[in-house]
Design a protein around this ligand. Structure first.
Ligand code: SAH
Ligand code: SF4
Length: 365
């Protein structure tokens, strides 16, 4: 037996199985034991081995000697007047990440982070201004959902789920943390565990072309592309990763994306920046650019943050822009701004031990 207990959350079912065998807790023929444990972890949300009543007393106590089921610490929890909730989690190394819950009439969406900060400095995004960056572990990604389910009392299978959708649209570029995000998405969509529909898990990327193709081949989820500009000159400036993966390559990868068919349309996200990318000519160019790709275009009103260099486009301009897209036959919903009073809207997430002083948090709440 080792001194330090291993974490169960963040392992795949087969990793748990192998670990149980390696520690001499089960035999190879006892696969069903792993399934039972998995069910308690991800279907019931149990964190106490003692309460796993379908498992023998002996195994329960052995499990608690070798393993632990941890939840990250909630540093702050804020509620917006519109029902949006934001949790700031303190990770083991002291880093902070944010997770946002957005309730709507017909669904509840959890927006999860994939990194502490982000290395890509999109000029309109608050997260991109954060210096400190590291990848989250699979455990840290999955735990955002587990704590949110604890907090919202969302473990009962008798009620309609409060969290029905997951979007990887929090802090970070998920495709720069490919391996951990992939396993996290698989755990979230696992049919024997949390059982979220993979149709309701969306990965949003700023356009890491080689990983987009790989993701499409390996993972069953929806895809959202942060487009934001229709020519390389502007996109190089506002989404600088475009210099590495220019529009032509990005659009090609969307055309060839293995799941770009039928129900799994690609979502193109387009942030509305006044006088920058919101002209009628831009809308026409956008339609041309993506023609032939099964898609919808999600217009996101720009959400300001302290000293942000842009303004949001006027309502009338957004309407004009959206009408052109609709007339071309694409759905073009304008994303409702949610949780702005608690800095929980798209692109407003930023945290670091230096930034999040108590006084600053009070101002946001
Ligand atoms: N890094 C990934 C996912 C996180 S960002 C990506 O860029 O896709 C999620 C979405 O919010 C992206 O489309 C991003 O461009 C958008 N966004 C960032 N800052 C914003 C802001 N200030 N206002 C509105 N949307 C913003
Ligand atoms: Fe990173 Fe996405 Fe923000 Fe760009 S928009 S800085 S990729 S989190």
């Amino acid at each position: 037996m080792t001194d330090a207990k291993s974490d169960l959350i963040g392992l795949s079912q087969s990793e748990i199985y192998e670990s149980l065998i390696a520690n001499g807790l089960i035999e190879a023929k006892d696969k069903f034991r792993t399934k039972q444990i998995w069910h308690w972890l991800y279907n019931k949300g149990e964190t106490d081995f003692e309460k796993m009543s379908s498992i023998s007393k002996e195994l329960r106590s052995a499990l608690s000697q070798f393993y632990q089921i941890k939840r990250p610490k909630i540093q702050t929890h804020e509620k917006s007047i519109d029902g949006t909730q934001k949790w700031l989690f303190k990770l083991n190394d002291g880093n902070l990440i944010e997770t946002v819950f957005i309730p709507e009439d017909n669904r509840g969406t959890l927006c999860v982070s994939s990194q502490v900060g982000c290395t890509l400095n999109c000029t309109f995004c608050y997260t991109g201004t954060q210096k400190l960056v590291r990848n989250l572990t699979t455990e840290e990604i999955v735990s955002q959902l587990l704590v949110a389910k604890d907090e919202l009392s969302d473990w009962s299978t008798k009620h309609v789920r409060k969290i029905s959708n997951i979007v990887f649209m929090g802090m970070g570029e998920p495709l720069y943390n490919y391996k951990n995000v992939k396993l996290a998405a698989e755990i979230m969509g696992d049919k024997e565990g949390i059982q979220l529909s993979t149709k309701r898990i969306t990965l949003s990327t700023s356009g890491i072309v080689p990983e987009i193709m790989k993701w499409g081949e390996e993972v069953d989820s929806r895809l959202a592309i942060s487009l934001h500009a229709t020519n390389d000159e502007l996109r190089n400036e506002i989404v600088p990763i475009n210099k590495k993966f220019p529009l032509k390559e990005l659009i090609k990868s969307c055309r060839e994306y293995p799941r770009a068919k039928n129900a799994k349309r690609i979502t193109f996200e387009y942030v509305m920046l006044k006088g920058v990318n919101d002209g009628v000519a831009d809308a026409r160019k956008l339609v041309k650019l993506i023609s032939g790709i099964p898609a919808k275009i999600n217009l996101i009103p720009f959400n300001p943050w302290p000293n942000s260099p842009y303004e949001c486009s006027d309502k009338e301009q957004i309407k004009k822009f959206s009408d052109i897209i609709k007339n071309a036959g694409y759905a073009s919903p304008v994303r409702k701004t949610r949780g702005q009073d608690i800095m929980a809207a798209c692109g407003q997430l930023k945290s670091s031990s230096i930034k999040v002083r108590k006084s600053e948090l009070r101002n946001h709440g």
